[in-house]
Design a protein. Structure first.
Length: 158
């Protein structure tokens, strides 16, 4: 009679990697769809002023940004070199600010509307006249929480 012998001990079978490419592409697709890139194109040049007491905004979804500064190089031929107001992806006049604030409020949940903060990103060379005009329009639009954006000065030299 023949002798039946067991060849080696039965170990764990190898993990099938056939579905690995599918999983990788699903993850890649998910991150491509869910990633938010810059929301608006900068049409104004900005060199923010420095500050020593800088606080980071915690909930950026509640922040609406108004950019003020000279038009960027590609726009100077059309708009000149006077400081301009940029709301999202377009230049605007002071009179358009109320409609802009109203539209931004409508995008928010009703509970979050009182928490809306308007962040002014103003070039440090810009005269205060245009900033005062913007602030007056924000008052008329009942947008009273205003934040001035600045860069952090980590060390102060005497």
């Amino acid at each position: 009679m023949a002798k039946f012998e067991r060849k080696g001990k039965g170990g764990m079978p190898q993990v099938s990697t056939a579905s690995l490419p599918d999983i990788v592409f699903m993850l890649l697709f998910f991150f491509m769809v869910s990633t938010v890139l810059r929301e608006s194109t900068m049409m104004v040049e900005q060199s923010l002023p420095g500050a020593t007491e800088v606080k980071k905004m915690e909930r950026k979804s509640l922040v609406t940004t108004i950019n003020i500064g000279e038009p960027a190089l590609g726009y100077k031929a059309i708009y000149g070199s006077e400081p301009r107001i940029q709301l999202n992806d377009a230049f605007a006049k002071v009179a358009n600010i109320r409609d802009f604030i109203t539209a931004e409020r409508e995008k928010m949940d009703e509970k979050e509307r009182p928490l809306m903060t308007v962040s002014l990103k103003v070039d440090k060379e810009t005269k205060m006249g245009i900033v005062v005009d913007v602030k007056q329009e924000l008052r008329k639009a009942s947008a009273l929480k205003i934040n001035y954006s600045a860069r952090n000065l980590e060390t102060i030299e005497d």
